[in-house]
Design a protein around this ligand. Structure first.
Ligand SMILES: Cc1ncc(C[n+]2csc(CCOP(=O)(O)OP(=O)(O)O)c2C)c(N)n1
Ligand SMILES: [Mg+2]
Length: 395
């Protein structure tokens, strides 16, 4: 009997919290949702879209690893909050009056370096793990359980309440990277990575993409637009070089040998490229895009900031690798790419090919992702005394 009363008490408490969360969201002036990989696992996309329709002022940012769980071309999408994310998302999260956090562990990469805004006021946090939720106060609401179920319940509460608030003029504008695509071109036969990701966003809209540690990961989080949950895979916690190619083989097999794209660096490909042999043997329609910048790009600027021009070991390779020749030796089709227009044409063809294709893309090494530049600030001589970092590495 007491068990049943406890159960009823818990259900009543949850309902009161759901109702309060719904009231906060519906009445907010600047509501923002941060959606993490928990929403992906819960299959919460439809519930999030419904919430957006019911709360037209709501803007939605995803964490880097959950890119695509909320369609980035949606007018209420903010892009990515956290590591290598978008300034507009960061401003919106920090300036929000109600912040809904759905299924995120809020680690370094997904918390904006543990930004104090996440501690309240006006925070509604949904998580499957009770231990991750903060103690509830009158400034915050903690909801423990499946993200899809709880969001659906919030939607019901909003539906039972007042009609949705009017759309704030000019507020939602969609993913910030889309507006910049047109400006990212090529120069001097070297491909701008931003332009490359613009092409991937447009031509490979429905093709899953796995990205490696290194600059590929940063460019992708910032510049790739994803609209479907599960179409973006990245090893963020471990940041392991060599993740993308085997991950892409796994995703392709899991989806019935469908095309999948692995975006990797020349260093990562030198480490784990042998897996291309598996893709050739399995006759998978895999596309491997190697950002060939002649070195360990992600650590290049950091090394310079820390050790100067004569860093040992040098992040630049003495011998630029020829991955087209390497791929052909395995029996894959290969292209050397020196412009975005060439890449676009060849990408369309490769998507029709039933077997692996490798693109050896000659990227401009002088392009440094914003996230890397940001981190290097902590390595500059003036700031060295305040940092606990002991080397020039980025990861
Ligand atoms: C297994 C492993 N070793 C080392 C690192 C540290 N690390 C991160 S990025 C990077 C350089 C990656 O070079 P590349 O694959 O060419 O990518 P780029 O940044 O040049 O695009 C290194 C050494 C790591 N993350 N994982
Ligand atoms: Mg490289």
């Amino acid at each position: 009997m007491s068990d049943r009363i406890e159960c009823l008490d818990e259900a009543n408490a949850e309902f009161a919290n759901l109702e309060r969360a719904a009231r906060w969201l519906a009445a907010a002036d600047r509501p923002v949702a941060v959606v993490g990989r928990g929403s992906l696992r819960a299959g919460a996309t439809a519930a999030l879209l419904e919430l957006c329709a019911r709360v037209p002022r709501l803007r939605v940012a995803s964490t880097p690893g959950a890119k695509g769980v909320f369609p980035e071309r949606h007018p209420q999408a903010l892009g990515v909050w956290g590591f290598s994310g978008h300034a507009a998302a960061s401003e919106a999260v920090i300036g929000s009056d109600v912040l809904l956090i759905v299924g995120s562990r809020l680690l370094e990469q997904s918390s904006g370096d543990w930004h104090p805004r996440l501690l309240g006021p006006g925070v509604v946090r949904i998580d499957l793990e009770a231990a991750r939720l903060m103690t509830q106060t009158d400034q915050s609401i903690a909801l423990c359980g499946d993200a899809r179920r709880l969001l659906t319940s919030i939607n019901c509460c909003i539906a039972m309440g007042a009609p949705p608030a009017a759309l704030a003029a000019g507020a939602p504008s969609g993913h910030p990277a889309i507006a910049r695509f047109a400006r990212a071109g090529d120069e001097d036969c070297l491909v701008k990575p931003q332009g490359l990701f613009a092409v991937l966003s447009q031509v490979a809209q429905d093709v899953p993409i796995c990205t490696d540690a290194g600059n590929a990961m940063c460019w992708a989080i910032e510049w790739l637009v994803r609209d479907r949950p599960g179409d973006f895979q990245v090893s963020l916690d471990w940041g392991t070089m060599g993740f993308a190619l085997p991950a892409a083989i796994g995703v392709s097999l899991a989806r019935g040998a469908k095309p999948v794209i692995a975006v990797t660096g020349d260093g990562s490909m030198a480490m784990a490229g042998g897996d291309l042999h598996t893709a050739v043997e399995l006759e998978l329609p895999l596309l491997v895009v190697v950002l060939n910048d002649g070195g360990a790009g992600m650590v290049r600027e950091g090394c310079r900031a820390w050790f100067g021009e004569d860093a040992v070991p040098s992040p630049d390779y003495r011998h630029k690798l020829n991955f087209a020749a390497y791929a052909r030796a395995f029996g894959a089709h290969a292209e050397i790419v020196t412009s975005c227009s060439h890449f676009e044409a060849q990408l369309r063809r490769a998507l029709e090919r039933p077997t692996p294709t490798l693109f050896d893309v000659q990227v401009d090494p002088s392009e440094v992702p914003a996230a890397v530049r940001q981190r290097i600030k902590g390595l500059t001589p003036e700031l060295r005394q305040f940092t606990s970092r002991t080397g020039g590495g980025m990861c």
